[in-house]
Design a protein around this ligand. Structure first.
Ligand code: LLP
Length: 405
């Protein structure tokens, strides 16, 4: 993304022209950015040749998943729907892991039928369910045990998952007990120890603590795990600052870990692969000036992008046409939804805007479209992908008639 003569371009396409053709609100993704992220991720961990399972919950567009499968990526799924999407996108079942605390009988059955790599289990009750289904099918099912390492990921409270107060995973004691009970099971094949401590992590230290917790389980259980699934969580730079997570320190420590334990590493990144590749294109409907605040009312709402309302998440908003006329007044960029939290950003000053101008909300590729809803009975936004000097529509805008039927 860059400005040429004050006009915004994404991969050589004028954003105003994209908007003219596809309308607003629309999500627009850059294939070039996606490729860059995948190659960077691989480069950061090239010493250990990991299996990279893209976290489908961050973006489940089939075309995007299909592009990722062409880069050799697998998938981390948390529902039958996500598993179906991954299979439809031609992701190899042998590269799919299934996590989540509440997998139903039907979901487990479907996962076994499709011969995926691993079902990462999160409770003893779930293990008993899998055992029951495996017995019925007379099959030995590959499972992982998800450890709750009780490590603080030092990220937003709402997206922390590795503390003992969080619903995820099993304690060290439980993991060891399960290993001792089921290591010779005819129906369960314990292949993996998995963990995921949270999302938007910007400090490498929690990751080092997490590795230590994994090592403790390996040492205490004296069990050989073929795979160690370290989850995802790598943070991105929403405020355009410099690289924030020290990949080198994390990668060095993992390399040592692999050497010592002779295991294969699985990563489940979502945001770090897709986050900065997505743009939400919107149009200003009205500008409403009050004594203190200038409300910029745009045609994208919290139903299109939930992150600011849900986590007070910060996303930059930039104009498609730049000018030098700055207005020094509090600006609130808001959507049309009847909720006060339907607000994307507040800034102290902004360039002069007018009704009908186009704006772009940045870094919305992860947990953007997937969290959208039909609240206020609004249709879901369109999705387009820029790839090799072409733009493809990769998801139609919903029709109101279809939603209300
Ligand atoms: N693996 C597991 C088991 C997960 O629960 C998650 C994310 C990931 C991998 C991928 O994490 P990532 O690399 O994307 O950080 N809606 C929130 C984020 C929720 C993350 C949920 N789990 C947001 O918009 O920030």
């Amino acid at each position: 993304m860059n400005y040429i003569k004050n006009k915004l371009f994404i991969d050589k396409f004028s954003v105003d022209k994209i908007i003219k053709k596809f309308g607003t609100p629309s999500y627009c993704y850059s294939y070039d950015e996606l490729k860059k992220n995948v190659l960077n991720f691989k480069k950061n961990f090239n010493k250990i040749n990991p299996l990279i399972c893209f976290s489908v919950k961050s973006n489940n567009n089939i075309k995007i998943l299909n592009e990722l499968s062409k880069f050799g990526l697998g998938a981390d799924v948390v529902s039958k729907g996500e598993l179906l999407a991954a299979l439809k996108a031609k992701i190899n079942p042998n590269k799919i892991v299934f996590s989540g605390v509440g997998k139903t009988y039907d979901e487990i059955d479907f996962a076994i039928k499709n011969k995926i790599l691993l079902i990462n289990t999160e409770s003893l009750s779930e293990i008993l369910s899998i055992l029951k289904i495996a017995k019925k099918k007379q099959k030995r099912v590959n499972i992982g045990l998800r450890l709750n390492p009780n490590v603080d990921a030092k990220t937003i409270k709402e997206i922390t998952t590795g503390k003992i107060s969080n619903k995820f995973g099993l304690t060290e004691t439980e993991v060891i007990k399960i290993i001792n009970q089921y290591k010779k099971s005819k129906y369960l094949n314990i292949k993996c120890l998995s963990v995921h401590i949270g999302s938007q992590i910007t400090n490498h230290v929690p990751y080092l603590k997490m590795l230590k917790a994994l090592q403790n389980v390996i040492d205490k259980s004296k069990f050989y795990f073929e795979y160690i699934d370290v989850g995802g969580g790598m943070g991105i730079n929403y405020n355009n600052s410099r690289q924030i997570l020290n990949y080198k320190k994390y990668s060095d420590k993992i390399s040592k870990f692999v050497k010592k334990n002779k295991v294969k590493i699985i990563f489940e990144p979502g945001r770090s692969i897709i986050g900065n590749t997505g743009y939400l294109l919107a149009k200003i409907i009205y500008i409403k000036d009050t004594t203190k605040i200038r409300f910029i009312i745009i045609d994208a709402g919290m139903n299109d992008l939930m992150r600011p309302a849900l986590y007070k998440a910060y996303h930059r908003i930039i104009p498609t046409k730049k000018n030098r006329n700055k207005i020094f007044k509090l600006h609130d960029f808001v959507g049309p939804i009847c909720e006060t939290t339907d607000k994307f950003l507040t800034v102290k000053s902004y360039q002069k805007l007018k009704e009908g101008d186009n704006l772009v909300i940045l870094d919305v590729g992860a947990y953007g479209k997937v969290l959208s809803s039909n609240y206020n009975l609004r249709e879901n936004s369109k999705e387009v992908l820029i790839k090799k000097s072409k733009i493809f529509q990769i998801k139609k805008r919903q029709k109101i008639e279809d939603i209300i039927q």
